[in-house]
Design a protein around this ligand. Sequence first.
Ligand code: ZN
Length: 189
Amino acid sequence: MKKEIELQQKKIEYTLRLSKRARRMRLAIYRDGAFVVTAPQFVGLTTIEQFILRKSEWVIGKIEYFKQFSGRIFIKNTKQEFALHKESALMLAIERMAHFNEIYQFSWGKVTIRNQKTRWGSCSKKGNINFNYKIALLPAHIADYIIVHELCHLKEFNHSRNFWNLVAQAIPGHREVRAELKKTGVSFF
Ligand SMILES: [Zn+2]
């Protein structure tokens, strides 16, 4: 359940989880700023609040620390992750390419998924397109932008004004999406 507590003159929201298995109280602050308090089932709210108050310096410090990452996306780059997400990345790419191609009516060759450190996707002169498996882990609107970007290289093999006009047909707000993408771990084209 959602709760609120005042720590160092700041109202801080937290999620309280009462657990049958928990033996003692536990505080956790996540990268997205979420603050979760786990307590044994029959501990009263006063005790819980006193516990949080005693740790207020730590709580505030952590929340402040994680603020710098807000809006960023974290993706692990391992072989296991690749194996795990390769298939869904391919399904996503094929499905969204078909969707956006209703606008463009382009044709392409092979679509492949790769594990790359520095690129989100590429398009060869032969019209083969490849994507980084991490598109499956991005917010949908960012993955869409990457897919449209490569799709448009089928027609414009550069980043000219014509190219961006083409991208804008499917994604009018592509500038903002690109700015968002830059904040992520890997952001090369
Ligand atoms: Zn490009």
